[in-house]
Design a protein around this ligand. Structure first.
Ligand SMILES: Nc1ncnc2c1ncn2[C@@H]1O[C@H](COP(=O)(O)OP(=O)(O)OP(=O)(O)O)[C@@H](O)[C@H]1O
Ligand SMILES: [Mg+2]
Length: 370
C-alpha cells in the first residue's frame, strides 16, 4: 500500500479538494483506495457525501477506542473506502495527551488493512498537532498543497522542519514527495514567482539526505475552477459533478502523475507546455506548467527576492506580515547560505545537522514541541 498524507498547516489551500479528487481519480482507474479524514471539520467526509453526524465509527473511534479500521471504514464509491471524521475528533488530541505511544496509534491501526488497498490518502487538519503527527507517522509520502499567493511560503519552513523531525525520530521512511500548486492562475505573475522560488529551493536539496531531497513540484497545477468549489456541496467528486471541467482534467492529470512518476527518481527534462488560465475553454485537457527542466541551478535561496515583476516589500518598507521566527539553519551542505527575507521563512536544515536526538525521545514526541 502506498501511503500519502496531504498536509499544510495553512487553512484553505486545497488539501481536502486534493484528497477527495485524487482519491476518486485513482479509484476510477482501478486502484483500491482508502481515504482517512483526520480533520475535525470533517470536510472530506462531507465532500464524499457522508454526513459526519451519522458516523458512529470513524477516525475518532479508531484513535481513541481501538476500533479496527476494517470495521470503521465504509465503502463510499467503487474502489474507494472512507474512514470518516465526526465532530468528536476535535477532542481526540486532548483525550490522548497522556496515552503512551499516542503518535503511532494510526500506524498500528493501519497494519491489518494494508493488504486490502493500493493507496492510502490522509486529509490532515490545518495544524501541526497530534492528529497530523499520527498521519506523518503512518505514511511514507507527504504532498503539500500550496496556494501561490504572497503568504504561500509563510510557514513552509516550519512544516518541513516538522516532517524532518518526524522522519528522524519516528518514521525514517517519511519524505516529502510532491508540492501541488492549487488555485494556480498563470495570469498572476506572483503565481509563477512562487513556483520558481519553490523549484529553486527544492533543487538546492537534491543529493542531500533531507526529507524533501526528492520532492517535485507536481507539473500540473490546479487552476481556479468554480466547479471544484461547488462539487462538495453536492457531496460529489469533481468527476461526478462535471467530468469535463478544468478541475476534473487537472486532478485527473495530477493523479496520473502521482501514480506513474511521483516518488520515483526525477526524470530528465520533459517538454514544457504553457498552461492556459480559467478563461480558456473548460474542455481543454490539463496542461503541464512546469518541469524539472525549469529548476534552476542549486544554491538559490527560497527566500531570495525575485527581480522581475513582483511587488515584495524591501527593507525600508513596513513588513506586510508579522515577524516570524527565522530558522537559522542553512541550506543543504553544497548550497549557498540562505538570505533571509522578512516575509518568507528560511527553510530548515536536514534535522540530522542541527538537532541532537535521543532514542528515548520517540516515545513522547509531540509536533507542537518542535
Ligand atoms: N482549484 C480551486 N478552484 C476554486 N476553488 C477551490 C479550488 N480548490 C479548492 N477550492 C475551494 O477552496 C476552499 C478551500 O479548499 P479546501 O477545503 O480543499 O482547502 P483545505 O486546505 O482542505 O482547507 P482546511 O485547511 O480548512 O481544511 C473550498 O471551498 C474549496 O471548494
Ligand atoms: Mg480541509
Amino acid at each position: 500500500m502506498r501511503t500519502l498524507a496531504v498536509l499544510n498547516q495553512k487553512g484553505g489551500v486545497g488539501k481536502t479538494t486534493t484528497v477527495a479528487n485524487v482519491a476518486a481519480a485513482l479509484a476510477k482507474s482501478g486502484q483500491r483506495v482508502l481515504v482517512i479524514d483526520l480533520d475535525p471539520q470533517a470536510h472530506l467526509t462531507i465532500h464524499l457525501g457522508t454526513d459526519p453526524r451519522q458516523i458512529a465509527r470513524g477516525s475518532y473511534q479508531v484513535l481513541t477506542a481501538s476500533v479496527p479500521i476494517a470495521e470503521a471504514a465504509a465503502q463510499v464509491r467503487e474502489n474507494l473506502c472512507l474512514l470518516g471524521a465526526s465532530v468528536d475528533l476535535v477532542g481526540a488530541e486532548t483525550e490522548l495527551v497522556s496515552v503512551v505511544g499516542r503518535e503511532i496509534i494510526l500506524r498500528e491501526a493501519l497494519e491489518p488493512v494494508a493488504d486490502r488497498f493500493d493507496y492510502l490518502l490522509i486529509d490532515c487538519p490545518p495544524s501541526l498537532g497530534l492528529l497530523t503527527l499520527n498521519a506523518l507517522t503512518a505514511v511514507q509520502e507527504v504532498i503539500i498543497p500550496l496556494q501561490p499567493h504572497f503568504l504561500a511560503l509563510q510557514g513552509l519552513g516550519k512544516l518541513l522542519e516538522t516532517v524532518a523531525i518526524v522522519r528522524k525520530r519516528i518514521n525514517p521512511k517519511l519524505s516529502v514527495s510532491g508540492i501541488l500548486l492549487c488555485m494556480f492562475d498563470r495570469r498572476v505573475t506572483l503565481s509563477t514567482e512562487v513556483r520558481n522560488d519553490i523549484e529553486k529551493f527544492l533543487s538546492s536539496a537534491r543529493g542531500t539526505d533531507c526529507a524533501w531531497s526528492q520532492a517535485q513540484v507536481i507539473p500540473t497545477a490546479i487552476r481556479p475552477n468554480v466547479k471544484l468549489a461547488e462539487a462538495p456541496s453536492y457531496g460529489k467528486t469533481i468527476f461526478e459533478y462535471d467530468d469535463t471541467c478544468n478541475g476534473a482534467n487537472d486532478y485527473r492529470s495530477v493523479a496520473e502523475f502521482i501514480h506513474h512518476s511521483l516518488g520515483k527518481p526525477i526524470p530528465a527534462a520533459p517538454a514544457v507546455v504553457e498552461q492556459s488560465s480559467q478563461s480558456s475553454s473548460e474542455s481543454k485537457p490539463a496542461e503541464v506548467i512546469a518541469s524539472p527542466a525549469e529548476i534552476p541551478s542549486p544554491g538559490i535561496s527560497l527566500a531570495e527576492p525575485v527581480a522581475t515583476g513582483i511587488e515584495r516589500p524591501t527593507e525600508p518598507q513596513k513588513p506586510m506580515v508579522p515577524d516570524t521566527p527565522q530558522f537559522s539553519a542553512p541550506t543543504p551542505s553544497h548550497a549557498t547560505p540562505v538570505t533571509p527575507v522578512s516575509t518568507v521563512e528560511s527553510i530548515p536544515t536536514p534535522i540530522s545537522e542541527n538537532v541532537p536526538v535521543k532514542p528515548s525521545e520517540s516515545e513522547n514526541i509531540s509536533v507542537t514541541q518542535v
